[in-house]
Design a binder for this molecule. Structure first.
Ligand SMILES: C[S@@+](CC[C@H](N)C(=O)[O-])C[C@H]1O[C@@H](n2cnc3c(N)ncnc32)[C@H](O)[C@@H]1O
Length: 231
């Protein structure tokens, strides 16, 4: 087993999510394998029979979970395991075809506190809104988010892996949901976005992946974060 203490506040481990046990102070924030045939680094293909796929989520039952996924897969594969989520939001982004795509952000056994994140008003020319802006006010975070995907040329892009989630999406989830003392856990680490953002937000965290390449890239990424912070 490959265990790495990247910093005092976090731990990266190469491990199968099916074998994990969670604790009450864990807040699981994750972007799981999508089960639609994605290939990450190496031969691993995330397309699995539903029964095997369901096993990835079984240990999360009854725990606080925030998950980013396609709506169809949440309904078909995750709801049968975790039950109906308490809350959902839509994350939309421009697609290569020039339209927009979206994914669901779903909360189980926890809720976003929308008022914790203020966003700019979209209609500043409306008289009533203009007045609020003059008073320095913002509106509560809506349940419809617009953030671009991580592109190959993005500053945060980790080369050599796929499906990297934008830091801003995880950052917003943590800002809306995490409480003091929570340990942020991502059982599907990939390039380590959740861990990195949890670190920046000052949370304790743990993250796991079955793929050795993911562990390597995430470790380097979070160590890079440490260097940036120190110098
Ligand atoms: C969608 S990616 C996560 C991407 C990540 N959020 C990021 O920003 O880079 C899903 C990850 O789940 C991992 N994975 C698939 N099956 C797993 C399992 N049984 N246990 C742990 N990790 C697994 C894959 O190797 C992949 O890195």
């Amino acid at each position: 087993m490959n265990v790495q203490d990247v910093r005092n506040s976090g731990r990266i481990e190469m491990r199968d999510a099916r074998t994990l046990a969670y604790k009450a102070k864990d807040l699981i924030v994750t972007d799981p394998p999508y089960n639609i045939g994605y290939k990450y680094a190496g031969d691993f293909n995330d397309n699995q029979p539903s029964k095997d796929y369901a096993e990835l989520f079984t240990p999360m039952r009854g725990h606080r979970v925030v998950m980013i996924h396609y709506a169809e897969n949440i309904m078909a594969d995750i709801v049968p395991v975790l039950g109906a989520p308490q809350r959902c939001a839509a994350w939309t982004y421009p697609s290569n075809a020039g339209s927009r795509n979206w994914r669901t952000i779903a909360w189980w056994n926890c809720e976003p506190e929308w008022s914790r994140v203020g966003v700019e008003y979209k209609n500043p020319h409306d008289k009533r809104v203009a007045k609020l802006i003059m008073q320095g006010k913002k509106r509560s975070c809506p349940d419809h988010w617009e953030f671009n995907l991580v592109k190959n040329v993005s500053r945060e892009k980790v080369q050599g892996y796929t499906n990297q989630i934008p830091e801003v999406v995880i950052s917003r989830i943590l800002a809306l949901t995490a409480r003091k003392g929570d340990v942020i856990v991502d059982p599907f680490c990939g390039t380590g976005t959740t861990a990195k953002v949890a670190e920046v937000h000052g949370h304790q965290w743990r993250t796991y992946d079955i793929n050795e390449r993911a562990i390597e890239l995430a470790t380097n990424r979070i160590e890079g974060e440490k260097r940036q912070t120190l110098f």
